[in-house]
Design a protein around this ligand. Structure first.
Ligand code: NAD
Ligand code: ZN
Length: 361
């Protein structure tokens, strides 16, 4: 008997789509044909770590002829060059405008494949099959695609919504522990933003989440997807409220970039960024809960995330933060916590950014 699949709808009018949360790939073929009737073949884009682990199982479940594009794994390969090679391979596969690009992998594969799908033939249908916790709770939903540039992270890209997202929890069984834990950094971000059930789950189940307990993980993924779907439906292109999803990312991205992409995992950097932003928010009177930074640090430890920032040059951090694409003139708009479940977008100038980075644990 097929196991239960839970569905969350991203309500974007005629571009609405389902995010399916399932135990495995059983049912994905049917879901794809429902979302994209008339599909005759697919192009599966994956990376060289995920391909030998999960590509056969996915293709068997899709029950559609397809071809594979295998990218080199890792954040250091999220480049314009890899995107260009991915587009070459998709075009050489003889696709037509109805051939979906199916991204099987983590956020790196999803971002590159999504950008390739957005640009090849001016837009091919796109399906996300996230295989990391980070991709399940965050990057596979919302349609942000793109690659890094020497000037900064994700500086080249496009909005291109998927037509279907299918998160198969069994794929997490092969994920390295350090990667899974990094994904919990984005779960923590979402818990801080939403409060409520997810924050309570984090308080009560952090050790189980750290240990990879399937039920706790499923519960957390479901709540994160619901929260993200809700924000994206309100503000698809980040004209306003979607910017709250950047919580932890101003200081986090700066650390990630200053250390060199890949040295500290994205989700782990975000968690450190949350602490810096909470401390800054307390000091500047934005946050009404003075105990919040320490509470976050306790959770970071309980989740098994690194609670200290690696040694990094202060001027490299500063350089990275002003390159941030959220910068408008000399100001960067930073989501600061007011309390658990409450956030305020604050424009911070150069001096304030220096103070913020100084608060990294
Ligand atoms: N588009 C968005 O909205 C958005 C949101 C958040 C993050 N991101 C991006 O996501 C990226 C980070 O994603 P990530 O953390 O998933 O990293 P990743 O894609 O690099 O995956 C991490 C590693 O795990 C391997 N892997 C993936 N799935 C596996 C599995 N099931 N079993 C074994 N190994 C597996 C990958 O090959 C890779 O080596 C960053 O580039 C970040 O900018 C994008
Ligand atoms: Zn992120």
């Amino acid at each position: 008997m097929a196991s239960a699949v839970s569905r969350e709808r991203v309500a974007l009018g005629d571009r609405a789509y389902d995010v399916c949360l399932a135990a495995d790939f059983v049912g994905i073929g049917e879901a794809l044909r429902l979302a994209l009737p008339g599909t005759k073949r697919v192009v599966v884009v994956t990376d060289d770590t995920v391909e030998p682990l999960w590509c056969d199982a996915l293709e068997a479940a899709l029950q559609l002829p397809g071809m594979r594009v295998v990218l080199p794994a890792g954040e250091s390969n999220k480049t314009v060059q890899t995107w260009s090679q991915c587009v070459d391979a998709i075009l050489n596969a003889g696709v037509d405008r109805r051939t979906p690009v199916v991204a099987l992998g983590g956020g790196v594969v999803g971002d590159i494949a999504g950008f390739a799908a957005a640009t090849a033939l001016r837009g091919l249908p796109f399906v996300q099959v996230p295989t990391t916790l980070l991709a399940m709770v965050d990057s596979s939903v919302g349609g942000k695609t793109g690659v890094n540039h020497p000037n900064g992270k994700n500086l080249v890209g496009a909005f291109h919504q998927p037509r279907l997202v299918w998160a198969a929890l069994n794929t997490l069984s092969t994920l390295e522990k350090v990667e899974r834990i990094a994904g919990l950094g984005e779960v923590l971000k979402t818990g801080l933003l939403t409060g409520g059930e997810l924050w309570t789950l984090l308080q009560t189940h952090a050790p189980l989440l750290a240990a990879g307990d399937v039920e706790a993980t499923r519960h957390a993924v479901g709540l994160c997807v619901r929260a993200k779907a809700d924000v994206v439906a309100q503000d698809e292109r980040e004209g306003g409220i979607r910017a709250i999803l950047n919580a932890g990312h101003t200081a986090g991205h700066a650390v990630e970039q200053a250390l060199g992409y890949g040295a500290l995992r994205h989700g782990a950097a975000v968690a450190l960024g949350l602490v810096a932003e909470a401390r800054h928010a307390v000091k500047t009177g934005v946050c009404l809960d003075a105990a919040l930074p320490d509470r976050l640090l306790e959770l970071i430890e309980a989740l098994g995330l690194p609670s200290r920032t690696p040694e990094v040059q202060q001027d490299a951090l500063m350089k990275a933060v002003v390159m941030d694409k959220k910068a408008v003139g000399d100001m960067v708009r930073v989501p600061l916590p007011v309390r658990v479940g409450g956030v305020k977008l604050v424009d911070i100038g150069i001096a304030g950014l220096g103070d913020l980075l100084g608060e990294l644990p």
